[in-house]
Ligand binder design. Structure first.
Ligand code: SF4
Length: 487
């Protein structure tokens, strides 16, 4: 039976084909959905190039995390479209005329093509990119206004033929009492997934796809189209390797995707606000630090020393957390308690000041993101930097996590779930799950991540969110206290 929605859609499709329904000719990008047939040809600044790509990467990486967490399609709509895309890759419906639709769509267009360049380089990257992009397309398609969707479909030639009622009558089993709805005829090779699931009728090499499954043809088409385009881009890429401005950006992007986590977190370069004192760090580490920083802190207390990369990873993290240069010097001086002042001043003072941009080239160094910690400077024996989820053995990781977070609600019953994520190499997803468990007392539920379902991408983001939750809880208590006092 054809339902009302389908009827409306078919009528609209007819109208479009007949040129009755107006398309949005005032927009450069008339449709929110895009098959990305042509690359953007206008001038693009390097900054635009990079921002569009990084923001899109953030969305694709979160889509991969959703798969790792077995989120349903419905949950993904909330996490990806409502939370992540609304921050990084807003793409409003055409009916939302007050929004800068062309700008949003241009960013979407540019970002897609930059990431094609970054991810066409290996088969594994291509496969993951196609999966994440097709999912993003599906999420948008399913939430599109039905009329807009019909207009978009009408703008492309999907090469499907509406089967005649006689053909359908012939194919649909005569025992069926219901009147069959519309069917679209396509070559069976275009819908292998539907054939495999036996969701289509077959005759002489043609698949008869019921109207309800029409979207599958669209998704299959999107995927096949992108796979082909990526292979073509891979062949053309060597020519681009001569461009010294673009290659480092593309390398960085593909590294981010390899780590399964994007590199950006907006707070990563914020300077210290000076609110944190050296003597507060023990308590702060215990309450709010992710495993990488908890581990560095524990090693520092145990050995009264940290090697170079450990100092760098931890020092920049503390800087972004709010430790001023004076407090940082006091913290490290006190922590390296077994060495003399003279040695400290000679060997360490300069490096600490350097990381605050007060020596050398005076750069404002950002704290390391999960991506950097996961992918570079692999720790060797005796090193304490890195990410425990990736760099510890399974046994060491489990006992370290229980030591660090046992008092915050993590128990051995949680370990199989965490270790499965680690085994599948979704390290930051495991870290996110630990965050949820250890903040359940502050009201964080499974699947919420560090807010809105987002996964951990930066140690400072983990700590900032943890502090924020504790503050909210404190304020809640105070407010309750006021009520009691007033009462
Ligand atoms: Fe640290 Fe990121 Fe690893 Fe968590 S996932 S422990 S925040 S590096």
């Amino acid at each position: 039976m054809q339902n009302r929605k389908e009827q409306q859609r078919n009528l609209a499709l007819k109208d479009i084909n007949a040129g009755i329904v107006e398309t949005h000719s005032h927009l450069r990008y008339p449709y929110r959905l895009n098959f990305y047939d042509k690359p953007p040809l206008e001038d693009i600044t390097i900054e635009e190039f990079e921002t569009a790509a990084l923001d899109r990467l953030r969305v694709l990486a979160e889509i991969e995390s959703c798969f790792a967490r077995n989120r349903t399609f419905k949950e993904m709509q909330t996490v990806i479209l409502e939370n992540v895309c609304s921050k990084y890759l807003e793409l409003n419906r055409t009916s939302n005329e007050l929004k800068p639709l062309d700008d949003e769509r241009r960013k979407d267009h540019i970002g897609h093509f930059v990431l094609r360049l970054a991810f066409c380089r290996s088969e594994d990257l291509r496969r993951r990119f196609v999966k994440a992009e097709t999912t993003l397309f599906k999420l948008r398609y399913e939430t599109e206004d039905s009329l807009e969707r019909v207009k978009f479909l009408g703008s492309r030639n999907f090469d499907w033929i509406l089967a005649s009622p006689e053909e359908v009558q012939e194919l649909v089993p005569s025992t069926s009492s219901e009147k069959p709805g519309n069917y679209y005829k396509v070559k069976w090779t275009r819908v292998p997934d539907l054939v495999e699931k036996r969701r289509v009728l077959m005759k002489r090499g043609m698949a008869y796809v019921p109207a309800a499954e029409q979207a599958s043809i669209v998704f299959q088409e999107f995927q096949a189209h992108l796979e082909k385009a990526l292979e073509a881009t891979a062949k053309a890429l060597p020519r681009l390797d001569e461009d010294t401005r673009l290659v480092p950006i593309l390398d960085n992007l593909s590294k981010g995707f390899q780590a399964g986590v994007s590199s950006e977190w907006s707070g990563a370069t914020e300077g210290p606000d000076g609110a944190l004192r050296a003597d507060m760090i023990d308590e702060m580490a215990y309450k709010h630090f992710p495993a990488c920083m908890r581990n560095l802190h524990m090693c520092l207390r145990r050995d009264k020393h940290l090697k170079h990369f450990g100092r760098l990873q931890y020092g920049l993290f503390l800087k972004i957390l709010g430790l001023s240069i004076e407090e940082a010097l006091a913290f490290w001086r006190k922590s390296f308690s077994s060495i003399q002042d003279d040695k400290f001043n000679k060997e360490y003072r300069y490096n600490i000041r350097h990381s605050y941009g007060l020596e050398g080239k005076r750069a404002n160094y950002a704290a390391k993101s999960c991506q950097q910690i996961l992918m570079s400077d692999e720790p060797g024996p005796g090193d304490s930097h890195g990410c425990p989820y990736r760099h510890f053995s399974a046994d060491n990781l489990q006992s370290a996590l229980l030591t660090m977070y046992g008092e915050h609600g993590l128990s051995s019953a949680d370990m199989p779930e965490i270790m499965n994520m680690v085994k599948a190499k979704h390290y930051h997803v495991a870290c996110t799950r630990v965050f949820e468990i250890t903040h359940a007392r502050q009201g964080v539920k499974k699947g919420e991540g560090v807010g809105g379902g987002e996964s951990v991408t930066h140690p400072n983001q983990y700590a900032a969110r943890s502090r924020e939750l504790a503050k909210k809880m404190e304020e809640g208590k105070e407010a309750d206290g006021d009520v009691v006092m007033q009462g």
